[in-house]
Design a protein around this ligand. Sequence first.
Ligand code: PMV
Length: 335
Amino acid sequence: VGAPGRAATAVAHPNIALIKYWGKRDERLMIPYVDSLSMTLDVLPTTTTVRLDPTARTDSVTLDGSPAEGEVRRRVTDFLELLRERSGCFEPAVVDTRNSVPTGAGLASSASGFAALAMAGAAAYGLDLDRTGLSRLARRGSASASRSLFDGFAICHAGRGAGATADIGSYAEPVPAPDFDPALVVALVDEGAKAVSSRAAMRRTVETSPLYRAWAASSRADLAEMRTALLRGDLDAVGEIAERNALGMHATMLAARPAVRYLSPATVAVLDSVLRLRSDGVPAYATMDAGPNVKVLCHRADAARVAEAVRGAAPGCSVVTARRGPGARLQTGAG
Ligand code: PMV
């Protein structure tokens, strides 16, 4: 444990899972059932400043300039509580978060958000952690956040056992993909917040979906294939595995009781445009998270054509083209 840095600012980018995390075996420690693998993006960063304030009575949390409320505020203050327990420094904090990605719309805002909060918060409270430790810590905010600590491709290990053993074993680390630098065309078909939080949807899926176990088992096989496809830099293989893994995850939710359906008519229209691109000879593969937005993996040279096809399929949607991006980092000089 180092001396509290008092104030620190960190920047983190969202990541999009190619092999999804869905379902927790420990909700308090945020331990996933399955390993997951993602690409950190170079767009839509979150910037978070954490400043300790010994004169304050409670934490202050603002999100894009407005006071955070309800569940969002509670998740941040729970995380600050964890930082205080670990550091032995019990001062309240002022947290200011700026998102360039809509919060709660299934676009990994919790991934970039908790990666930035873990990094800035650990520095402010004086926790001396390496990147693995930071990734374990970020996992406590949101399991997908553990992956945003790393550049490019990263795997989050689900770990084994229970309690402290599970906690130690569940962290993210980089995955080699030396010659793989694709584009990910992000189609924001609906920027509103989702109707069911991913936390609630995961719980319902694990508890009630008869398809969940089958998907989890197939996901293990997908992961092994994905690693070799990434090593080969094989876009078609990476895309095929990612697309089936995502559709399988959504199938588990559709089979939950009651069903959780994040895919909207616009989502399906974009999925159709991806199929048309493929039949026209353009390699393009889709993945969707806990929301209606679609992310399309393709060669960088095809990104403009893919973006155009997606816009045509869902008029009015905003499209952002991403590449692999950097892991979370502290901003020096600011703070
Ligand atoms: O944002 P979280 O950590 O509650 O989980 C969302 C999980 C998915 O985005 C649907 C998949 C993933 O692995 O990121």
